[in-house]
Design a protein around this ligand. Structure first.
Ligand SMILES: NCCCC(=O)O
Length: 394
C-alpha cells in the first residue's frame, strides 16, 4: 500500500516549527507540501508557553544581535504579518528594555558588549552608577559600576500568543498539523525520509526539519544518526506582588544572573540554578525553596522595595540547552542529506523564532540564506570544536 508523502516534514509545532512552517508556506517560490507533527496539541508543556517570553538586543555575539534586530521588527509588525481573515494577532509587546548591571570586575565586558551593540544599531544606553540611580531611584547601586538599558527594541510579550499566531497563519496557508509523535526516522538510500508515527502510520518526506525542542529534539537527532549535546534543563519562574511601587522596572538582570520583570500588576523572576544542580530533567516540579533561599534575598538586595513582597504562583519549563556553547544549532546537517535542525536555543527560542524560521525556509527553497546568514549557527562548529561564544546567557 502506498504511504502518504509530503515535501517538508516539520517535527515540533511550537514556536520554531510553526515559524518555519509559516515562512515556507508564505513564499511564492515554494510550491511543495508541508506537514507539521506536534505530539502535544494542547501546547501546555512546550517551552513557548512556559517561558519568560522576552526579547533583547543585549547579546555579545554579532549574530545574536542581528537575529534580534529582525526579531523585534517582526514582533512590532506581527498584526499585519500574521493576520488571518482580518483578525490581527496581538502579543502585547512591552518595549521597556532590559537592564544589565555590572560590578567593577565585569565593567570592561559591559563596555565591549555595548560598543558592539551600538555599532550594529541596537538602541542601548550606557549608564554609570550615578546615572543608574538617577534613572531608577529604587535600585541599590552600592556595588555597581554601570549598567546598560535597552531604550527601544527590547522587552517582553505574550510568548504563547506568538506561537499561536505563527501556527494559525501557517494553518490558514494550508499547512496541516498532525497531533502525533514521530517515533522513528529512516532515510531510504539516496531518497526520501520515512517517518514512523505514534499512531502506527508512516509518512514519506523529502526534507525533515527537527524543531522538536527539549522534549524530543535529541531523540529525533539520534534517529538520524546525529549526536549533539542538547539537554533538557529545568527553569522555574516565580511570581510575586509588592506593595511598594517600582516604577519603570525594565527586565533587570542582576550581576548574579537573577532576573526580574513586571508582569501584570506583579512581577516574575527566575535564575539558572548552580551548575552542580543543573541536571538533565523532564519533570515540572517547582522547588519553592529556590525562591525563598536564592531569588528573594538576591532581589531584595538589588531592589530594597522587594524586601516586603507576597509570593504567588510558580511554574517550571525546560530549556533545550546546548551544552557545547549555549547557542542554537540551526541549518542543514552536513553528511545527513535533507535534514535540518533548529535546536538548542538555550532559552532564546521565542525571540529567535522569526529569524530562524525565515532562514530555514530560505535555505530549504534556495539552498542558501538570502537575508541574514545563519551559517555561524551551523552544527559544523561542533565538529571543528569552535564554540560560538555568547557571554550574555541568562
Ligand atoms: N532566559 C530568561 C530571560 C530571557 C533572555 O535570556 O533574554
Amino acid at each position: 500500500m502506498a504511504i502518504a508523502s509530503v515535501d517538508v516534514a516539520i517535527i515540533g509545532g511550537a514556536v520554531i516549527g510553526s515559524s518555519v512552517a509559516y515562512h515556507l508556506a508564505q513564499r511564492n517560490d515554494f510550491k511543495g507540501t508541508i506537514a507539521v507533527f506536534e505530539k502535544d496539541p494542547s501546547y501546555q508543556r512546550c517551552a513557548s508557553a512556559l517561558s519568560a517570553a522576552s526579547i533583547r538586543q543585549q547579546f555579545s555575539s554579532s549574530i545574536n544581535i542581528d537575529i534580534s534586530l529582525h526579531g523585534i521588527d517582526f514582533l512590532r509588525n506581527i498584526g499585519e504579518l500574521l493576520e488571518v481573515d482580518g483578525d490581527k494577532p496581538r502579543i502585547d509587546l512591552v518595549e521597556a528594555g532590559y537592564l544589565f548591571l555590572a560590578t567593577t570586575d565585569k565593567r570592561s565586558i559591559l563596555v565591549e558588549n555595548h560598543a558592539l551593540q551600538q555599532s550594529k544599531g541596537a538602541d542601548i544606553g550606557f549608564l554609570e552608577a550615578h546615572a543608574l540611580k538617577a534613572k531608577f531611584p529604587w535600585l541599590n547601586v552600592s556595588d555597581l559600576t554601570a549598567g546598560c538599558h535597552g531604550l527601544s527594541g527590547e522587552g517582553w510579550f505574550d510568548g504563547y500568543g506568538l506561537m499561536q499566531a505563527f501556527r494559525r497563519k501557517a494553518r490558514s496557508l494550508g499547512v496541516p498539523y498532525e497531533p502525533v509523535q514521530v517515533v522513528h526516522l529512516e532515510k531510504i538510500m539516496g531518497g526520501s525520509w520515512i517517518l514512523t508515527l505514534s499512531n502506527g502510520e508512516q509518512m514519506e518526506a523529502g526534507v525533515v526539519v527537527n524543531a522538536a525542542g527539549a522534549s524530543g529534539g535529541m531523540q529525533i537527532c539520534l534517529e538520524a544518526d546525529l549526536n549533539i549535546p542538547i539537554h533538557s534543563r529545568k527553569r522555574m519562574i516565580f511570581t510575586f506582588e509588592c506593595r511598594e511601587e517600582v516604577p519603570n522596572l525594565p527586565l533587570l538582570i542582576d550581576p548574579s544572573g537573577t532576573y526580574v520583570r513586571p508582569e501584570g500588576a506583579g512581577f516574575i523572576c527566575g535564575s539558572a540554578p548552580a551548575e552542580a544542580n543543573d541536571l538533565d530533567c523532564f519533570d515540572y516540579d517547582v522547588d519553592y525553596t529556590f525562591f525563598e533561599e536564592h531569588l528573594w534575598p538576591t532581589l531584595a538586595n538589588r531592589v530594597p522595595a522587594f524586601e516586603a513582597i507576597k509570593p504567588g504562583a510558580a511554574w517550571a519549563g525546560h530549556y533545550d540547552m546546548n551544552l557545547f556553547d549555549h547557542n542554537a544549532f540551526v541549518g542543514p546537517v552536513p553528511g545527513i542529506e535533507d535534514f535540518y535542525i533548529a535546536l538548542g536555543f538555550s532559552g532564546h527560542g521565542l525571540q529567535q523564532s522569526p529569524s530562524v524560521g525565515r532562514g530555514i525556509a530560505e535555505h530549504i527553497v534556495t539552498g542558501h540564506y538570502e537575508t541574514l546568514d545563519l551559517s555561524e549557527l551551523g552544527v559544523e562548529r561542533l565538529g571543528r570544536n569552535k564554540p560560538l561564544i555568547e557571554r550574555n546567557v541568562v
